[in-house]
Design a protein around this ligand. Structure first.
Ligand SMILES: Cc1cc2nc3c(=O)[nH]c(=O)nc-3n(C[C@H](O)[C@H](O)[C@H](O)COP(=O)(O)OP(=O)(O)OC[C@H]3O[C@@H](n4cnc5c(N)ncnc54)[C@H](O)[C@@H]3O)c2cc1C
Length: 397
């Protein structure tokens, strides 16, 4: 397989890298600096960054050009997210962009009518509007199809009632892509997806959470209380909600995690510099085998995870329905990020526990094992796809 980027994608990647280094260099709640607002998050600065990212074509990267996007495929999108993660220490911002793009805009691209796409996507691609995806509920995390949020059809509209939690971008979102049960207990075909504007009566957002990592990405609860949504706000057919969700997770598990590849690269490069400069016992510590082997292990984890991610991205770009490749990519990148973060802290000695890029990577990596389906759920998915269902095989004749 050829993993080289074509010249156009390489140019886009370099442009995003320069943009991230120039415009996203400072923290936005990510580095432990004094929190600018509730949840350690500065909404004004976030909007400013978002608009700039919109101008670069980043927040609508995979949306076709006729709806205002950049029309990139999954491989090019992974390269863009990797550049964002490498160029900026604010992995939370890259995470927010990815949640907006892959879990909210791509469902509109893949399931929306022409009218819905033309109505919603241009402003979401330009950076004027921000989207959030509401699935998780207090009682429905990994068991994501078992939602309590109801959408009841009445005349020409639906009434939504329920509670969502851990919604990325909720404190700044203009548009919410909401999963709700139209046929409670109906399993895979019991859910439907709605696109709800912020400001719709009955939709309210809680205060931003204070999180251990990804502090540049705002997260909050979303409440739906008798929220009336016109029927033409439904995405796909009634009962298609689980398909919308599954499709968005395929994008997330592949392309979102590329931001962590970039973050690992940035921290690894800085680690190599540190162990080459820091002297103990009269010699740079990088000369001690225990140190150099740790750096090699960090490199091995990053490069192996990177290959799995780009292989999954290639499959997605080619229309593959393979469930295993995105799950393995998600597992490999998130586990590598945690271990690379731990190693980067250790190799800096006491400096590693001060605010800085190493401890930020570690904090930002912890949620990566949880969102987009926990790593345990990914292993369940892979095992199921391998035919390991836990059921007794039929008797041999
Ligand atoms: C930073 C961040 C951003 C997020 N953004 C969003 C968002 O934008 N929109 C949204 O809808 N959600 C979002 N989430 C929520 C996320 O999708 C859920 O946290 C995730 O699905 C896990 O659900 P849970 O937290 O309720 O954990 P639980 O489901 O309660 O799981 C707890 C533990 O039990 C394990 N477990 C559960 N079931 C099984 C099983 N069958 N087999 C093996 N182990 C199991 C899990 O792996 C985990 O270790 C976000 C989460 C985080 C951390």
């Amino acid at each position: 397989m050829n993993f080289d980027l074509d010249p156009e994608t390489a140019e886009m990647r370099d442009m995003v890298l320069r943009f991230a280094r120039r415009e996203l260099a400072g923290p936005s709640g990510g580095s432990g600096d004094a929190p600018a607002g509730p949840g350690g998050f500065d909404a004004g600065d976030f909007r400013r960054r978002w608009l700039l990212a919109g101008k670069q074509g980043v927040v609508g990267a995979t949306v076709p050009g006729r709806y205002g996007g950049s029309g990139l495929d999954a491989v090019a999108a992974a390269a863009v997210l990797e550049a964002l993660g490498e160029g900026s220490p604010d992995t939370g911002f890259a995470f927010s962009v990815a949640a907006h793009l892959f879990a909210s805009l791509m469902p509109i691209v893949e399931f929306g009518t022409e009218e819905q796409k033309l109505g919603w996507l241009p402003a979401l691609c330009s950076g004027e509007r921000i989207a959030a995806h509401c699935v998780t509920e207090p009682e429905a995390g990994s068991d994501a199809l078992n939602l309590r949020t109801r959408a009841e059809r009445r005349d020409g509209h639906y009434v939504l009632d329920g509670e969502k939690c851990f919604t990325t971008n909720a404190p700044v979102a203009d548009v919410f892509v909401v999963q709700a049960a139209t046929a409670p207990g109906g399993g895979f075909f019991g859910l439907s997806t709605f696109v709800v504007d912020a400001g719709t009566p009955g939709l309210s957002v809680g205060p931003p959470y204070r999180k251990v990592g990804l502090r540049g990405s705002p997260t909050a609860d979303v409440r739906l209380d008798g929220c009336v949504v016109p029927a033409d706000r439904m995405l796909g057919a009634e009962g298609a909600g689980a398909s919308v969700f599954t499709s968005s997770m395929k994008w997330e598990r592949t392309c979102l995690f590329a931001a962590y590849l970039g973050a690992m690269r940035r921290v690894l490069d800085d680690t190599v510099r540190h162990v080459g400069e820091r002297e103990q016992f009269g010699t740079p510590i990088g000369g001690f085998q225990a140190v150099s082997h740790r750096v090699v292990d960090m490199t091995l984890r990053l490069e192996a995870a990177r290959l799995l991610l780009y292989r999954a991205a290639r499959g997605l770009a080619d229309g593959s329905q393979d469930e295993i490749a995105p799950a393995l990519a998600k597992l490999a990148v998130s586990e590598a990020a945690v271990q690379v973060g731990l190693d980067a802290v250790q190799l800096r000695g006491a400096l590693g526990v001060l605010d800085g890029e190493a401890e930020t990577l570690l904090r930002d990596a912890l949620p990566a094992r949880i969102f987009s389906g926990t790593n345990e759920i990914q292993k369940n998915n892979v095992a199921r796809a391998m035919g390991l269902t836990g059921r007794r095989p039929g008797r041999r004749r």
